[in-house]
Design a binder for this molecule. Sequence first.
Ligand code: AP5
Ligand code: MG
Length: 225
Amino acid sequence: MKLQNVILLMGPPGSGKGTQSKLLVDKLGFAYFSMGDTLREFAKMDTDLGREIKNTIDQGIIVPDSITKDIIREKFSNFLDKPGVVFDGFPRTVGQDQDLREILEKYEVPHFQVFFLEVDKEKLLKRLTTRKTCPNCQAIYLPDSPEYKTEICKICGSKISIRKDDQDQASIEKRFDEYILKTKPVKEYYESQGLLTTIAGDQADNAEQSIKMVHQEILNKLGIK
Ligand code: AP5
Ligand code: MG
């Protein structure tokens, strides 16, 4: 089998990129790649690179393209024998888009499709400051899930917590600023190329219900039952 599809989920911090990517991967049997999760794994390492990445993420700043370029070049080979891959949060700069396009051309990947999750900033701030995640397997927990109280990840048994970059208001604000400055131009470029579909990322007041509805909307746009 040769890689046919790259689907990118874009959106501001907390818009549901991780949540929707995981649902899509389960449904389609695609591979999953999150640049944020990958960088958080690097950040655990006691090396100069690990410390540089940790420091950058904790401040809410986008990691330099030179680092993400090396990562994507290395990781992409893992996807070549899959029918598709869902990208969560990569590319998020103009330079990263160029890096990805070079790779897609090199491996002759025919289909590249982008979904943009649109949610009000007020709602996003609430989501970020209440979400708990697993630092080991990166599972995401809503406040009304049983694991939120027990703080034990149901997938891997690790202790879940509020992410470091969600604990500091300045870091959250910086992520939004970075998004506007560096990622919005990429979004607008994809839009101008007819590659991007916007999805309302909060389709019901009940969070669990909304997540299902957003997932269904993405499947509808993909023409999948
Ligand atoms: P990253 O980990 O990607 O963080 P982010 O972009 O700030 O987004 P989040 O992961 O916080 O949110 P999400 O959109 O995944 O939402 P989620 O599904 O969790 O990046 C972190 C850092 O890594 C960056 O700041 C940067 O430093 C670095 N980095 C990452 N990518 C990089 C790149 N390409 N280049 C350079 N540096 C990079 O949902 C949020 C919450 O809302 C959850 O609790 C969820 O349950 C809930 N929720 C989801 N959907 C709904 C819904 N429809 N209704 C109600 N609640 C919902
Ligand atoms: Mg995420």
